[in-house]
Design a protein. Structure first.
Length: 299
């Protein structure tokens, strides 16, 4: 999944805790082999290769993840979209060398982006595409899903206090550390990676952050974000960092991206109808103005 996973775990039985953590990490490796679009034997690679020709049957848990991806796509008006791969290719982000595509390239990519092109048969657990060129990329939700699955496994092992961390961008907290009421997770200052601009108290829930100032490319003196808006085909403007807090890491992973794209007003409206979701946003500041923090749904 292109990142480092870590598990911080507390308890009295060191040997069993260590074994549980190692097995949870092994579950993540298995999921990477299933979800990666880059591995030829993965289910996602198989879907991408054949789903435009015929329905492809997939493992039930993966099918549920695809259904949830479609639900979040619908809830966020298309801002979160697992079919964004053609746009990412057009902008050169897969090769980590940003380029400015032509309007024709963007239009061609937009023609094959959208979950409306992905047909999910819930009775048969099959996936099919309505045209060639569609590609699924779970990079915006897969890490959160893996964190959730690892946390589920740890709970099965009776672990009462643990933090599952995916590259510091998505974390899930089980219980709390000894003599504390919650895990305290810092939201990074976008202008100083060694500082936290806010702190989130987390217990039996997840936090994800989208957006990093260093992940930009510059053409003709103009900087472009690495986060694309699947609805327009262009890099997102107006936000530096977006953090989502919710009971599910699968959801926070996807929602952090959507909040980054859709901005503070839409995020506030979303959180008003989803009381278990919170957000910490840092919009772009003008000139030398200090970053402004927008905190939503914290009582």
């Amino acid at each position: 999944m292109g990142t480092l996973f870590e598990i911080l775990i507390y308890g009295r039985d060191k040997r069993n805790l260590s074994a549980a953590a190692r097995q949870a990490l092994h579950q993540i490796v298995k999921l990477d082999n299933q979800l990666s679009r880059w591995k030829s034997g993965s289910e996602i690679a198989w879907i991408n290769q054949y789903a435009a020709e015929e329905p492809v049957r997939v493992e039930p848990e993966l099918f549920r993840l695809l259904v949830r991806s479609r639900e979040i796509w619908s809830e966020t008006k298309g801002a979160f979209d697992i079919t964004v791969a053609p746009l990412v290719k057009a902008w050169g982000f897969y090769k980590k060398e940003g380029r400015l595509p032509s309007k024709k390239e963007i239009k061609s990519a937009l023609d094959i982006v959208g979950m409306n092109h992905v047909l999910l048969d819930e009775e048969e657990s099959t996936v099919s595409f309505d045209r060639p060129g569609i590609e699924i990329d779970l990079g915006g939700i897969g890490k959160g899903y893996a964190v959730d699955r690892a946390a589920e496994f740890l709970r099965m092992c009776k672990v009462e206090a643990a933090l599952v961390n995916s590259g510091a961008s998505t974390m899930y907290a089980i219980g709390s550390p000894p003599r504390q009421e919650a895990w305290h997770i810092g939201v990074r200052d976008p202008h100083d990676e060694n500082k936290a601009i806010a702190t989130v108290a987390l217990r039996d829930g997840s936090v994800s952050t989208s957006g990093a100032p260093e992940k930009v490319f510059e053409i003709g003196g103009k900087k472009h974000s690495h986060i694309l808006d699947p609805r327009t085909g262009f890099p997102t403007k107006g936000m530096v960092s977006a953090t989502a807090i919710a009971p599910s890491a699968t959801d926070t992973d996807a929602l952090a991206t959507a909040f980054y794209i859709l901005g503070a007003d839409w995020t506030r409206a979303y959180c008003e109808t989803h009381k278990d979701v919170k957000a910490v946003l840092i919009p772009e500041a003008d000139g030398k103005e200090k970053p402004r923090i927008v905190v939503i749904n914290f009582n």
